[in-house]
Design a protein around this ligand. Sequence first.
Ligand SMILES: NC(=O)c1ccc[n+]([C@@H]2O[C@H](COP(=O)([O-])OP(=O)(O)OC[C@H]3O[C@@H](n4cnc5c(N)ncnc54)[C@H](O)[C@@H]3O)[C@@H](O)[C@H]2O)c1
Length: 382
Amino acid sequence: MTHKTLGYGIIGAGYFGAELARIIHALPTAHVAAVCSPEDAPALAAEVGCDVVGSVAELVARDDVDVVVIASPNDVHLEPALLAARHGKHVFCEKPVALSYADADAMVTACAEAGVVFMAGHVMHFMDGVRRTAELIAAGGIGDVLLARAARTGWVDEEHESPGTPSWKRQRARSGGHLFHHIHELDVVQLLLGPAERVVMAGGNVAHQGTAADEDDLLLATLEHGPGRFSHLEWGSAYRRPEHYVELFGTRGTVRIDFQEVGVEVRTPDGVTRFPLHRSDAEDAERRVEYAASRSGGGVDYGNPAMRPPGWLIGIMEREVAYLHALLRGEREPDPLLAGLTDGHAARASIATAEALTRSLAEDRKVSVSEVPDAAPPARED
Ligand SMILES: NC(=O)c1ccc[n+]([C@@H]2O[C@H](COP(=O)([O-])OP(=O)(O)OC[C@H]3O[C@@H](n4cnc5c(N)ncnc54)[C@H](O)[C@@H]3O)[C@@H](O)[C@H]2O)c1
């Protein structure tokens, strides 16, 4: 670890890559050295004063790049992560880190073997309300957790998108569909209940058949996290009444993390307590207004390179970047509650469960998550 100014290389200069670059640019001990992106790179380079490079190989080989930020579409995260590790560069990779367990495992393993950090961009870990919930549960505040329920649903009309050319975010092969693209809720549920052991999923494309977006628009997933611990999660764009929440039911009380009404509510026999989801009541209020104004329901809206993230989202991105930066500069110790983000655990666990759920739907059976690593291709012997 080092106290020097750290150089960052950005891969993907769209909605998220550009905002991450702006946040890094604002840090006094960081600089954005270069950006690589087939589109949007010149504008970002002009804004943050960095170089544009034509290939990932060129970016990772630069001496002034210490950390590679991967914010390209979900299906192209593997190659830059492996190349970065090969050049001894730390990796920050947006979620979902990969669309298969084999790829996620290869990325995490390559970084571990190279002795560099691999941090998954599971930004919900940096929400105050999620963190307080994790602390409350660890302290036994709602007793033994029996059940988590989560939903991230809404309705997407085809005419919201350019007909015939949906964003890559609505193409299953590129995004992984709602399950992978919106892996946040799965990740948070596993953070709070532990990893899933056996899973089953039903669903399909029930309301958008014949449109250019080919993702499943209704997904119902049930997870067993060990004896007496279950969760049920729903995702999709076939829901005329949008919902977005994570709820926990314990032997002593409940917690509702509400992303729509925005806030966290704890109910126990001692009474009802509420606390903000984001950094302040103002950020919670901003999100409440945004969701209420959304045509599809805020949870299934997508950003694009022409948009800036809302303030509440920039707030948690700032915390995420600040955490990684301080860790890499040796200015702080790892936070035990965030350890899973930088040791590969959260990345591997979320993709393993998503892959098991995908297999359950395809093969019409309950699947043990432990089957998934066995499905990875055998190591080459040459
Ligand atoms: N954590 C979150 O809440 C959150 C929110 C939005 C996006 N994301 C993630 O961030 C990543 C980027 O999403 P986005 O919203 O910025 O998408 P976007 O479509 O706005 O931008 C994608 C960018 O990647 C570039 N690109 C395309 N192919 C590339 C390649 N092969 N190599 C390098 N760059 C390439 C595009 O030119 C574009 O600039 C995705 O993995 C997405 O899931 C995370």
